[in-house]
Design a protein around this ligand. Structure first.
Ligand SMILES: Cc1cc2nc3c(=O)[nH]c(=O)nc-3n(C[C@H](O)[C@H](O)[C@H](O)COP(=O)(O)OP(=O)(O)OC[C@H]3O[C@@H](n4cnc5c(N)ncnc54)[C@H](O)[C@@H]3O)c2cc1C
Length: 397
């Protein structure tokens, strides 16, 4: 074999898995189609990643958290969800759940840069840039990947982290359910007159959704979700009008708001693979589960998924087992299903409930919000599950 493991994709999931492999006695190759410059010095991309407590622990364990500038990490202390113009409100408060923060907001490009730095410190991981993996073939005895430069690499195991639109998943014959929400998220940074007190706001207005993620200082990331046909209108909206729309959209809570970053847009498509493994092959990150960002769980799930796979591999090594065997991959898959299924389909259910303006659905929405807000045990369970602050009994291991 040329390598023990070939990782396809150097996004946050592929890099995290490479970090997890750094402490094991294995030879790893990571293939990434973009340039070295773009993964070593990623540019701001408008994504502020809300990390759960569990994700923070994994990043600490991997030696990655220490490589992120603490001054750029913003604690999320409270989150308020509003239903259109009605007075229904769901409020999550870290203090009431006896935790210091619901989660931590970190710019995506800083997470990616820290992961890359940590991978560079590992002498058992090699990175090949500006090449794609074009094909993967596996048998019970080994795997082969074909690179775009015509070379073939042999390994014990192939791990694909090549995005929610994974070509390799398709080539390996793994079907997926895909949900095109026909909506687009537009993100940008804005400064504002009044303090946000580290409270996130989410307004499910009729026709569009507006969210505010509080960053350090009087600065927030504003996330606007509109139907795809309004994308150009929103991207082209002049700054004065955009500022006005945001200031009014948050009902003046932040005072006058001013755009200070560029606008980025992301189409909303959810993906759930029918299975997470094949012979000597595993899926991680968005290639396995591509979440709708509303519950802020895409990377959190990706991080936990790669952690599960690395723990299965590490146990196999300790017991002298083949790291690419069905036995090892089945264990990973079972845990990944337990971890992600409820979260994925539950999130899609929340999106349908909160973005459907049918009169009957609006009534159901009000009832759900009232019920969830007035019953502290329900709220505590949702908070625990979303923040992963304690082992939630919804995750059975
Ligand atoms: C607006 C927005 C907000 C979000 N907020 C949050 C949040 O608050 N919390 C959270 O947990 N998550 C959040 N997410 C989700 C998170 O950003 C993603 O889950 C995460 O980036 C996925 O990482 P990945 O490595 O799986 O995939 P990607 O980032 O898509 O990386 C895939 C990589 O594979 C490479 N590649 C593809 N094909 C090949 C090939 N054939 N050969 C070699 N390389 C290949 C690509 O170049 C790319 O670098 C958000 C997402 C969006 C869009």
């Amino acid at each position: 074999m040329d390598y023990d493991i070939v990782i396809i994709g150097g996004g946050p999931a592929g890099l995290s898995f490479a970090c997890s492999m750094a402490s094991l006695d294995l030879n790893i190759l990571l293939v990434e189609k973009s340039t070295l410059e773009s993964i070593s010095k990623p540019k701001p991309d408008g994504r502020e990643i809300a990390l759960t407590h569990h994700s923070r622990k994994i990043l600490i364990k991997l030696g990655v958290w220490a490589l992120i500038d603490e001054a750029k990490v913003s604690p999320l202390k409270e989150a308020k969800v509003f239903d259109g113009g009605s007075d229904s409100l769901l409020n999550f408060d870290a203090k009431k759940s006896s935790i210091e923060a619901l989660g931590y907001l970190v710019p995506n490009h800083l997470i990616r840069a820290a992961l890359f730095k940590r991978v560079l410190q590992a002498d058992n991981v090699r990175i090949l840039n500006e090449l794609t993996v074009d094909d993967v073939r596996t048998t019970n005895t080994g795997a082969e990947v074909s690179l775009s430069n015509g070379k073939t690499i042999k390994s014990e195991l192939v791990v694909a982290a090549d995005s929610r639109f994974s070509e390799i998943r398709r080539k390996m014959g793994i079907p997926s359910v895909m949900k095109d929400f026909s909506k687009v998220m537009i993100t940008t940074r804005m400064s504002h007159e009044k303090a946000h007190n580290h409270i996130a706001l989410e307004y499910f207005n009729y026709g569009h959704t507006l969210a505010l993620l509080p960053l350090n200082g009087k600065v927030s990331s504003v996330v606007l979700t509109v139907s795809t046909d309004r994308l150009d209108e929103m991207l082209d909206l002049d700054e004065e009008k955009f500022n006005e729309m945001a200031s009014n959209g948050f009902a003046g809570k932040l005072g006058q708001m001013k755009q200070i970053g560029s606008r980025h847009s992301y189409p909303l498509v959810g993906v759930y693979a029918h299975k997470f493994r094949a012979t000597r092959f595993a899926l991680i990150g968005d290639a396995a589960v591509g979440m709708h960002p509303v519950t802020a769980h895409g990377f959190n799930l990706g991080l936990r998924g790669q952690d599960l796979l690395s723990l299965s591999i590490s146990r196999a090594l300790n017991n002298g087992l083949d790291i690419g065997s069905d036995e090892v991959l089945k264990e990973f898959e079972r845990k990944q299903i337990n971890l992600s299924r409820l979260m994925y389909f539950g999130t899609n259910g929340i999106v349908s409930l909160f973005t459907n303006d049918d009169a009957a659905i609006k009534q159901v929405r009000k009832l759900v919000l009232k019920f969830a807000n007035r019953f502290p045990p329900v709220k505590a369970l949702i908070t625990q599950h979303l923040t992963e602050s304690k082992k939630s009994n919804l995750i059975p291991f």
